[in-house]
Design a protein around this ligand. Sequence first.
Ligand code: FCB
Length: 422
Amino acid sequence: MSARTFPPGFLWGSATAAHQVEGNCTRNHWWEWEQEGLRQRPGGYVRDGSVSGIACDYYHRFDDDHRLAAELGHQALRISIEWSRIEPERGRFDEAELDHYRRVCDSMLQRGLVPTVTLHHFTNPIWAQREGGWENPEMASWLARFAAYAVRGLGGRVKLWWTINEPMIAPALGYMFGMHPPCVRDPVRALVVARNTLLAHRAIYRAAREAATHTVEVGPVLAMIHFEPLDPGSAADQALAQSSDRFMNEFFLAGLRDGVVADEPVDALQGSYDVIGVNYYMRVLCEAGRGDVAISGARRAAEPERWVDEMGWEVFPDGLRRCLLRAGRLGKPVYVTENGMATLDDTARTEHLYAHLEKVRGAIDEGADVRGYFYWSLMDNFEWAEGYSRHFGLVAVDRQTLERRPRPTAFVYRDIIRANAI
Ligand code: FCB
């Protein structure tokens, strides 16, 4: 294998999530929060004044989008299924909505795309949120029941399942920094939530494995961030980088690897993964005393501005290599389940893609068993608390007409996929 070639069978695709692309996910807590925002203040809660609304109308246009993805050389898509559609009221499962997702997966398969599916991607049904959401330990059993229903229902269509997308984002952004609903700022509650997401992951893993009618692989999707002290000589910056890493990265890795939650052993947690998904976007430079910069981080003066994206995230390709090696040490196959750049500068997007794929290739060389790469995202979509003014798509979406227009990077990516090489 030449230094620029990927292993045979390496799986190439892109990723989306239900709430961000489907449109009208009216029964989840994000929708409710967006609507509450409109009632509470002019412009609402979302930074650019938007709400998810019709999103990309993927709920109705999925087949056209799959055709486009196939034309763009994709071999696979990572989507999520919307729990609040399938279980709109506690314990009431809507077979028609499950059937919708059967059609979505069938459409992918017909177009030669491998469907990989996330069971929980940020959104809770309103009923679950009203009962405390992630603070309620029952989330684990609710999600396990939902997972069993979905995995059984989709049957042999899906062989690669993801339990929870970025389980540390709810604790961090929802309960520590108050940026995502329910917008709490309380480290104690954040820790309760972190524990509950880990226990819910374990429950979903077990339920999905038991419900599967075919051979499946199931794993978590971790948001991995590369933390560094802003000033490497500062003990306080170092300590902050370490504690951030321990919470955002190591909390889950240790749970999976050692079966511990905050150092306490928990039954059946160790090894509860067949694969690991890594979402990687950024380096965060930690500056003690700056308070809640959360994931936007501080900046070093000499840093080229072009490598800060529309989110304010600092692009740092080598962090991907390091995170893949770290995830790889858990001894199971790893997928890059998300990686991308929010920008309207497509030259930067292409450079970003190459730079990161080089690092994926490097991680493979160094022994990480990386099996695939999913760009975030197939198309521009509703970027949570930031709204529609962040452009992650290989395909641009006209907000007026919802027309899809592939960006130049989409064709570069198609050629990379064809060659299985950079
Ligand atoms: C990740 C999320 C995904 C998307 C990207 C930009 O944290 O999983 O839904 O919003 O960031």
